[in-house]
Design a protein around this ligand. Structure first.
Ligand SMILES: [Zn+2]
Length: 279
């Protein structure tokens, strides 16, 4: 579906889907019917003379290489980020929290095996980030997995004093720098999507100038079924979307093949925010 038409449908529709606590305030949800069939229909053309080409079974399968997406980067637009600019078939698959150490490990293994580019908005308070630092570090340092700040303990920034709000971001920042050797700035995701101009200014005072929300959710900050995860991915894995998922429950890890297939079938290229934006 053309993005312009899609946005027009959103404007016309106005309905929002029910999302979980972590993502409810920022949902931008068109009616479900608005995203019916984004995949182009493929008509198979039968070949007249199927000449059997012998398969060179002796050739060893090469280790898959995952080249960097060749993109012309653009400056970060000001204000709250909810989607990607441009008309390209880019998908920013972002995942948050990390309350389940095994889910962190399995996401990292999935990225490693498939080349899928992901952005993790992590809470350093969860031990899984330290448990799997050695696995994550090469993926983070190559840029395949980008780390963003999601506060140390998943705090609602709008409920804290100024000092406490800054401390939540700064402590998590220090953890990420010390553990992974990368600087997540300027990207952060306010837990629950709770932010306002005051918290924006507090975050910006320590370099976190871009609050990243989302445009579609796997809705798995709580426990849902594998089929629900697939259904939400089918609904939201679309060009220029920033989609939010979570590193909290195992079902998503059991449907990675289906989600990966969806990305391939739709001709989407996964990107991190650093792949798209200069800063
Ligand atoms: Zn979260």
């Amino acid at each position: 579906m053309q993005r312009r038409a899609f946005l027009a449908l959103i404007a016309a529709g106005g309905a929002t889907i029910g999302l979980e606590a972590c993502s409810s305030p920022a949902s931008v949800g068109p009616p479900v019917t608005a995203v019916a069939a984004p995949s182009p229909a493929v008509t198979a053309t039968p070949t007249a003379t199927p000449s059997p080409t012998p398969t060179p079974t002796s050739t060893p399968t090469p280790t898959p290489a995952f080249p960097l997406p060749q993109l012309a980067k653009v400056p970060i637009p000001g204000g709250v980020m909810t989607d990607l600019p441009g008309e390209a078939n880019l998908l920013a698959w972002t995942v948050d929290d990390g309350s389940n150490s095994e889910v962190i490990r399995l996401y990292a293994e999935f990225a490693k095996a498939t080349g899928t580019r992901l952005t993790f908005f992590l809470n350093g308070t969860y031990p899984g980030w330290s448990d799997h630092a050695d696995l994550l570090k090469p993926l983070v340092q190559s840029g395949q997995i980008q780390l963003g700040n999601h506060t140390w303990s998943h705090a609602d920034l709008t409920s804290l004093s100024d000092v406490e709000a800054i401390e939540e971001l700064q402590r998590n920042h220090d953890f990420i720098v010390d553990t992974f050797g990368v600087d997540p700035r300027p990207f952060y995701r306010p837990p629950f999507g709770y932010r306002d101009h005051h918290t924006d200014a507090l975050a910006a005072s320590i370099g976190y100038t871009t609050p990243v929300l989302w445009y579609g959710s796997l809705s798995d900050s709580g426990l849902i079924t594998e089929q629900q995860v697939v259904d939400f991915a089918t609904q939201w894995f679309l060009p220029a979307h920033i989609v939010i998922g979570h590193l909290n429950y195992l079902p998503v890890t059991n449907v990675f093949p289906q989600l990966h297939r969806l990305i391939i079938d739709r001709g989407l290229t996964t990107v991190t925010l650093n792949d798209v934006f200069t800063h």
